[in-house]
Design a protein around this ligand. Structure first.
Ligand code: CMC
Length: 388
């Protein structure tokens, strides 16, 4: 162990240098390439934000149009992918299907193995951004026994996704523009978040020069856990379990006793309000104007009110995080609860890929290979009566 530093959970260890996302947890600040998340959510689009994350600058009008075409060029999935996805049971969790299908894409694009070539890297990154909504919608339609809907590149990124999800019969399902925009804003908010668990997994896997499809699948697997992206689904489960406002106080008591955690609360880095949660809450109001109010919002707001006045949560700096209100929006838009974490994975794929491209260009690039604090046996001999 000697001179090695030991930092379980990496509370105080930087794993890389990065120029992509700046997060100040004490001040509640989040910026992509220097631009505050609030400005991006208000004035930009998800695809422009992907451009920003990948290239370092926001696109001008022409670059934005070209970029959109470049991404939508890749929205189709190989026909054989459908057979793979159709092999899953109806009740297969969409995240399991998503992770498996993204990993399977590696077998369709052997050129992705050339991870040392910058042009190849950008091509695979664009492929993944184009295909993730298609995979997510096919997973949903398979679970409902519905036919798959091909991508429609005349529609916006989120409009096309909603169309592939919900179109039942002709004429074309028309997403409400306010819902299309709300989903785009949620995608912007989820696009990157520096060295979180899944992004660290991405860098870790890719540091062995594994291709981006299997690396993204591994990152998505890390996201699946309820302490990370799986929290949005867990929050809705929790709100349904509580059911009504008058049950909130009892539930909070159980959280304080350590029996359960208040899902959608707390963050490793934010010790002040999560700036994304604030925007999600505003977006919820806009969505509910179209869809009608999700009654569970009252339970959520009561939970927040009680928790923010409670010494237990205040002293530990536990505030609502991005996952606290997002599930209520997704539910109001008609997404099934199991799909919520996939709705996190689609935009976060952009962050994973931006961080991967940065890693591959890093002059300090090395395979990730931490050491350990060994506390097991010293040398000992196998007993003579072994297997006697
Ligand atoms: N409910 C109740 N108590 C909590 C919670 C919570 N949600 N989160 C932390 N605590 C307590 C914890 O028990 C500990 O108390 P004590 O000091 O008395 O032992 C203290 O706060 C510090 O907790 P920690 O586990 O050391 O904090 P961490 O930085 O390792 O964990 C976290 C961060 C996000 C995993 C945790 O806050 C949590 O489990 N939250 C609920 C799950 C969740 O909402 N996750 C989404 C995170 S944001 C988006 C994303 O990453 O996907």
């Amino acid at each position: 162990f000697g001179m090695m530093s030991y930092d379980p959970g990496y509370l105080n260890t930087a794993s890389c240098t990065s120029r992509i996302t700046d997060l100040d947890g004490a001040k509640g600040i989040l910026r992509y390439r220097g631009y505050p998340i609030e400005q991006l959510a208000e004035r930009s689009t998800f695809l422009d934000v992907v451009y920003l994350l990948f290239n370092g600058e926001l696109p001008n009008a022409q670059q934005s149009t070209d970029w959109e075409q470049r991404i939508t060029h890749h929205t189709m999935l190989h026909e054989k992918t459908k057979r793979l996805m159709g092999g899953f049971n109806y009740d297969a969790h969409p995240m399991g299907v998503f992770i498996s299908t993204v990993a399977a894409l590696s077998t369709f694009y052997p050129d992705a193995k050339d991870v040392n070539d910058p042009e190849t890297r950008m091509l695979q990154a664009c492929r993944l951004i184009g295909k993730t909504p298609t995979i997510a919608s096919y997973a949903y339609r398979n679970s409902r026994g519905l036919p798959y809907i091909y991508p429609d590149n005349e529609l916006s990124y989120t409009g096309n996704f909603l169309n592939m999800m919900y179109r039942m019969v002709e004429p074309r399902y028309q997403a409400h523009p306010a819902l299309e925009r709300a989903l785009d804003v949620l995608f912007i908010l989820h696009a990157d978040h520096e060295q979180n668990c899944s992004t660290s997994a991405m860098r870790n896997i890719a540091s062995s020069k594994a291709d981006p499809f299997v690396s993204v699948a591994g990152a998505a697997a890390a996201l699946y856990g309820p302490s990370h992206g799986g929290a949005n689904e867990a929050v809705l489960n929790m709100l349904r379990e509580i059911g009504t406002k008058d049950k909130v106080a009892d539930y909070v008591k159980r959280c304080k006793s350590g029996e359960i955690r208040l899902m959608g609360f707390g963050h490793r880095v934010y010790k002040n309000y999560d700036p994304r949660a604030r925007i999600v809450k505003q977006t919820a109001d806009e969505v509910f104007e179209v869809t009608g109010r999700n009654p569970l919002i009252d339970v959520a707001m009561e939970l927040e009110r009680i928790a923010l006045e409670d010494e237990y949560f205040v002293s530990r700096n536990l505030y609502p995080n991005v996952d606290f209100y997002s599930g209520l929006i997704y539910e109001a838009m008609g997404f099934p609860m199991e799909a919520f974490t996939v709705l996190f994975a689609i935009p976060r794929t952009a962050g994973w890929l931006a961080q991967w491209m940065e890693l591959m260009e890093d002059p300090e690039f090395r395979i990730t290979r931490p050491r350990q604090n060994y506390q097991g046996y010293g040398e000992r001999n196998i007993p003579n009566d072994y297997r006697a």
